[in-house]
Design a binder for this molecule. Sequence first.
Ligand SMILES: Cc1cc2nc3c(=O)[nH]c(=O)nc-3n(C[C@H](O)[C@H](O)[C@H](O)COP(=O)(O)O)c2cc1C
Length: 358
Amino acid sequence: MSAASPLPPLALGSLRMDMPVVQAALSGYSDLAMRTVARAHGAPYALNEVVLDELVLQKGRLQRRILSVPEHDHPVGGQLMGSQPERFGQAARELVKAGYDVVDLNFGCPVNKVLGRRRGGWLLQDPETALAMIDAVLQAVAGDAPVTVKLRRGSDDSPDAEARFWTILDGAIARGITAATVHPRTVAQKYVGPSRWPFLTKVKQHVGAFPILGSGDLFSPFDVLAMLRETGVNGVTVARGCIGNPFVFTQVRELLAGRAAMRPTAAAQRAALHQHWQIAVPFYGSERHALPHARMHAIKFGQYHKDPVWARERLVRMRGPEFLPLVDEVFADCHDEGRSLQLRPEDAIVPALQSCSE
Ligand SMILES: Cc1cc2nc3c(=O)[nH]c(=O)nc-3n(C[C@H](O)[C@H](O)[C@H](O)COP(=O)(O)O)c2cc1C
């Protein structure tokens, strides 16, 4: 596959993505505003941040927010975390009723609090429960939406953990899931050390034509094409590489069209953050409530600024209603002066993982 050759589209059941490069589920980040901006910059599919099945089922403001899927937010995946098959199934049904196009099940989250409650990555230790949860969801969704699963490559590096991974993946496929996303780090590994891409090749060889999406260490459009080329996965989910950088989707499209990938101009960054703010304010109910979320994104945009240290200093001190004026100041046109906008592989930014609430 040369950079300029087209990629086969990605199919999740009857959903067709024109490019197999999608926005990952990102806890604390991939809300409606982030997804909208990612779509505006070429993401053909985006996942909501993981939500607890109990929160989907509990009446209240959070439930209303989770279950509000506006018309412009499609196709969208709703990702669930939980530990009780029955509650998992009920929550999955609610997501479909609310308009989510895909239900994704989280069997990968490595956060200690989550593991302690036998959710997320913990389920990789217990194939029987993991498969019972998949059964419950498939039954509740009853074919009304594709069901997909997100896994890490095991709970740890032991052969037993790998054997459990295959039991869960094979069992899930046999039961009728539509696709799986594999992040080839172990749960114990959290984010230390690289994502083991050769494991994705092994998964693809194992499952044949069954659709697999790869995850891990995708920090530039060059990484995206390299994972697709090297591992044979059917698609990829961009995670840390698109926080503060929705432009990565356009950059992949540019490379696929045989053109150079360009960094965003300051004007493009400003416009994306304005769009983010316009969606975030009504979504969170007020400027005050939207600000902590939008500020976090603005700080991440700052990593791609010509002077990232200065940009961060300005943005972390942001308070109150001055979001847009400060964005306009930090991402002013003058910051493009003297800067080449052509992106090279060596320019990829490996973002610091300050916090992961995955
Ligand atoms: C801040 C943060 C939040 C995340 N939240 C989720 C989540 O809600 N659901 C999920 O399946 N994975 C989540 N992940 C994992 C990513 O989707 C992805 O699998 C992982 O970051 C590896 O990709 P990367 O190395 O390219 O970032 C999260 C990762 C980060 C850094």
